[in-house]
Design a protein. Sequence first.
Lengths: 111, 152
Amino acid sequence: MGFTQTKDASGVAVVQVEGQLIVGNRQELKALVQAAIDAGERRILIDFSRTGYIDSSGLGALVSISKKIREAGGELRLSGLNEDLRSLFELTKLDTLFAIAETPQQALSSF
Amino acid sequence: MPSPLRLCVRRTPAGDEVGTLVTLRLPSEVACIEEAVELVTRHCLAGHDTTRKTRFRLQVVLSEALSNAIVRGNREDHGKWVHVRAELGPDAIRLVVTDEGPGFDPRAVPEPIRPEQLDEANGRGLYLIRKLVDAVQFNEQGNSICMILRRP
């Protein structure tokens, strides 16, 4: 369970969520994205291709992150949500709040 | 370091509606949630044909209920425990998560999907549980949630 941050060739900061995004580690993700914003990143992709499950605290953390990036004049994309993960966004209507792409490649080309 | 979780698994006599009873006690620490979810999920699904969706729902609602119990119920007081009871029948799983806090009124929790609330970071937990299981009940005090999932 953890997060890794890399930089795509086009300059997008890519954060990979490995394992779960839940109440126990959501602050870590928020801190990581905040550090990226502070370091000047304005195009950020969070990829869930290697994610197991997300709880409501994890969804809430993504809402907070989205606000922070917006306030900094940046853009956030999400990608790699399987059918189960996507259902959480649909049930909570958060699919209307986030820009969600099928794959990281599609998300990167949408910036 | 040994795990602070205390798990007990008991098979009930043949003919009893509840096939297996799993109980788990965990401390009020969010760091224990993931391990507790995996332990209980594994026992809930053992010996049954299951779908990826059922496993996912179990993981999410358990994580959610434990998080509510630890953070909102016990207020992360390390002197308090969270108790999980899973009654595993042939057709359904009955999960009861109880904390040692004062309880709350679940009817007072607003639905979090109104457009003006989408930007809120909190308030989706109970709503998600209701959407992902077949039935939800609370005890009178409001410190114990019972979630029923029918097996596929």
